[in-house]
Ligand binder design. Structure first.
Ligand code: DX5
Ligand code: ZN
Length: 228
């Protein structure tokens, strides 16, 4: 189980120390949400910022989520900036095969994301070419939104395909993940949990990461109830 705090919910004036804080808190990955103001109605930060943050958290795995309409112009810059995994959106359609190939050729892990309104079958042609499938659990663009429960069957389906086809991609969830919804996603088959508000917004990031890890490992409804 992988806990990936999202830097989008950290203090924008202190990204370096916030990334270091996530590492000290026991996070496995750092999730970096890149928004271009076109694919989503918001702008976050670019490769220059990621490169500046990288030395503050040398051991953290950098999980770069591109919510961008033209990721082809960003793959090399983010690879150079220190990304370990780069995710592009399946909604980009015909561009996807070349994008996945390019990410792999840059020596990075390959991720594919799917928005809540998009049918999970859109990911089917790519399952054997990816290291991670990101099932969005909010409509991308902003942190702090509520988890969309209708996404849970998509996680179950993606997990079933993974088992049937003997594949090993990570199954990641992103958006509205707190201790309660993380438990629901874990029961549905997710293994990688992106959380912004519920982790960086917690009184103690370390306690929040530890508690989320216990809950998703146990997948215990009792524990989840206690976490409310
Ligand atoms: C949406 C982002 C968010 C974010 C997580 O575009 O991808 O999902 O990282 O934020 P919270 O945990 O605040 O929903
Ligand atoms: Zn994200």
């Amino acid at each position: 189980m992988i806990i990936a705090p999202s830097l989008l919910a950290a203090n924008y004036a202190r990204f370096g120390p916030e990334a270091a804080r996530a590492a000290r808190a026991g996070a496995d990955w750092l999730h970096l949400d890149i928004m271009d103001g076109q694919f989503v109605p918001n702008i976050s930060f670019g490769p220059g910022v990621v490169a500046a943050v990288r030395p503050h958290a040398k051991k953290l795995f950098f999980d770069v989520h591109l919510m961008c309409g033209q990721p082809e112009i960003l793959l090399e810059p983010f690879a150079r900036a220190g990304a370990d995994l780069i995710t592009v959106h399946v909604e980009l359609g015909d561009k996807i095969p070349a994008l996945l190939w390019k990410i792999k050729s840059l020596g990075k892990k390959v991720g594919l994301a799917i928005n809540p309104p998009t049918a999970i079958t859109a990911a089917l042609p790519y399952l054997d070419k990816i290291d991670l499938l990101l099932v969005m659990t909010v409509n991308p663009g902003f942190g702090g939104q509520s988890f969309i429960h209708e996404c849970l069957p998509k996680i179950q389906q993606a997990d079933a395909w993974r088992r049937e086809r003997k594949l090993t991609y990570h199954l990641e969830v992103d958006g509205g993940i707190n201790h309660l919804t993380a438990a629901e996603c874990a029961r549905a088959g997710a293994d990688t949990f992106v959380a912004g508000t519920s982790l960086f917004g917690a009184h103690s990031l370390k306690n929040a990461v530890t508690k989320m890890r216990k809950i998703v490992n146990g997948s215990d409804p009792g524990l989840a109830d206690l976490a409310i």
